[in-house]
Design a protein around this ligand. Sequence first.
Ligand SMILES: N[C@@H](CCC(=O)N[C@@H](CS)C(=O)NCC(=O)O)C(=O)O
Length: 215
Amino acid sequence: MTSPLHRLYSFRRCPYAMRARLGLLFAELPVELREITLKNKPEQMLAISPKGTVPVLQLLDGSVIEESIEIMMWALEQRDSQGLLDERVLSQANALIEQNDNEFKHWLDRYKYADRHLEMTQTEYRQRGEVFLQILEQLLNKNAYLLGDSVTIADIGIMPFVRQFAHVNRDVFYGLPYPKLQQWLKYWLAHPLFIQAMTKFQPWQEDDDVVIFPS
Ligand SMILES: N[C@@H](CCC(=O)N[C@@H](CS)C(=O)NCC(=O)O)C(=O)O
């Protein structure tokens, strides 16, 4: 008999869910994973988190964490052998993640779906997004990671969104004058924990056996 685990509702391609999975992996905290599709959310997930976004972490004590940043924080508060929550940079990390989620994500969505937002051209949307990329490039000019010589919550919290931006058009992205950021992204794309975070799972169905992540 294996003991029960905390349960994560996740969606492989969602950048918020990616950061939550990365947080759990860095915390070395296995969970029961329920892969969902956004078009067909399980009623069990909606019952505990009616706002209907992923990721959602249901703890064994029944409490629910339904914001990706809080899932990362909670996981790393359990175990943080690599110091991702380094107190010296935590407020800076939070500010950078907030800027990612509030400003950069706004322009990223419009850059990605420019055909649905005709107020500006795709190039203009990309350039608005690049303001944040320039901030990241400046930080990476100083250090290998965003906030110093070692990984922090800022790197794993922001990386999935830069990946999404890059993947709108890889040729364009790798042609931009952000060599440090390009190197940083490539490092993360090849990182064993990111590769693990991107494992494919079939959408969960009620009668399925428990899926453990990482498997
Ligand atoms: N603030 C939330 C945002 C999560 C979010 O928006 N996730 C998207 C998928 S990437 C979602 O579930 N959207 C609901 C939908 O499209 O129905 C968090 O950080 O966890």
